[in-house]
Design a protein around this ligand. Structure first.
Ligand SMILES: Nc1nc2c(ncn2[C@@H]2O[C@H](COP(=O)(O)OP(=O)(O)OP(=O)(O)O)[C@@H](O)[C@H]2O)c(=O)[nH]1
Ligand SMILES: [Mg+2]
Length: 301
């Protein structure tokens, strides 16, 4: 068989500034939600592995937190996920939001992908929001850095250009055996994803007060197989007493909304009835508490 038809395998890391659309692109490529999305920066806090199975082979896609200067231990861990992903990947894809002016943050991101030993692609995302004549100078700018083997403009939201990206990626990776089962599309446990979904609803429905200061921990997970029922007990952690009423809402309407939306989405993903019990707790300075941060991450290890 000629080489070109051999099944390929590779690891591709999606990196970029917060809000660039890394998680949206991963979900679009997989045709399935594996990583939460919100209009607020720093939505993704861990490394989420998505597995693309395709007749051409398998790609493990690493979705990572947005590149930023870390001010808390939480953020140091987030940036560790970015760096380790950059160094492990066969291809690093730097996602850029084309609607944002080029700034210090973008230079910081370029400096970081410079460290990659593998190949590099610049993915210019959100072209659905940009007039065509604005795109060319941006392509030129990223081409002039001399860092990238390819530059691919696309829209993760509409899917425009995504097939082209996949063509490029499958050409860049080498022939090789798949690392993961061909049936899998992610490595994260359901328990972790359930906590993430709750956090996504908090990010989507509350204002700017909460995004950075909320964590969600699943305390208990009980399956009653004969009833096809999963009982999930989770805690929404905030930093200050004054943030509790924001999550709970007037007469509990906010937490009810968060709970209902999460439950409906989980039921359709898990194919089971879900009972979801949500509590709110205060943990001051949780972003500095290494033990707590480790507990939040343990399901991923
Ligand atoms: N119009 C448009 N919006 C997009 C596109 N891709 C992502 N978005 C939006 O941009 C916002 C951020 O998307 P995310 O996928 O959460 O971005 P991210 O890079 O994963 O962000 P962090 O996890 O915070 O680093 C969301 O509101 C998305 O709906 C796109 O191609 N077009
Ligand atoms: Mg993300």
């Amino acid at each position: 068989m000629p080489n070109a038809e051999k099944s390929r395998y590779g690891v591709v890391a999606f990196v970029g500034r917060p809000n660039a659309g890394k998680s949206t692109l991963l979900n679009r490529i997989l045709g399935q939600k594996v990583s939460i999305v919100s209009p607020k920066p720093q939505t993704t806090r861990n490394r989420i592995i998505g597995i693309l199975n395709d007749p051409r082979g398998q790609i493990a896609i690493l979705d990572t937190p947005g590149i930023h200067k870390p001010l808390h231990k939480l953020n140091v861990r987030m940036m560790d996920h970015v760096r380790s992903s950059v160094s492990e990947a066969d291809v690093v894809a730097l996602l850029v939001d084309v609607t944002e002016e080029f700034g210090h943050g973008d230079q910081y991101a370029l400096d970081l992908v410079k460290e990659a030993k593998g190949k590099r692609i610049a993915v210019l995302n959100k072209i659905d929001l940009l007039r065509k004549n604005k795109l060319l100078p941006l392509i030129q700018r990223y081409s002039d850095t001399g860092l990238f083997d390819e530059i691919v403009p696309l829209s993760a939201s509409t899917g425009d250009g995504v097939d082209e990206l996949l063509n490029v990626l499958f050409k860049m990776i080498e022939p090789g055996e798949p690392m993961y089962s061909r049936e899998d599309f992610t490595t994260q446990p359901e328990r972790f994803f359930a906590a993430e979904l709750v956090r996504e609803k908090v990010l989507q429905h509350t204002g700017d007060e909460l995004p950075y200061t909320t964590a969600v921990a699943v305390e208990r997970w009980e399956e009653e197989e004969e009833k096809n029922l999963i009982k999930i007990y989770a805690t929404i952690v905030v930093e200050r007493e004054s943030q509790k009423p924001i999550v709970i809402g007037k007469r509990g309407d906010m937490i009810k909304r968060i709970g209902t939306e999460t439950r409906l989405e989980l039921e359709s993903i898990l194919g089971a009835k879900v009972f979801l019990d949500l509590h709110v707790a205060v943990h001051e300075r949780w972003r500095e508490d290494e033990r707590f941060l480790g507990e939040l991450e343990w399901p991923l290890r």
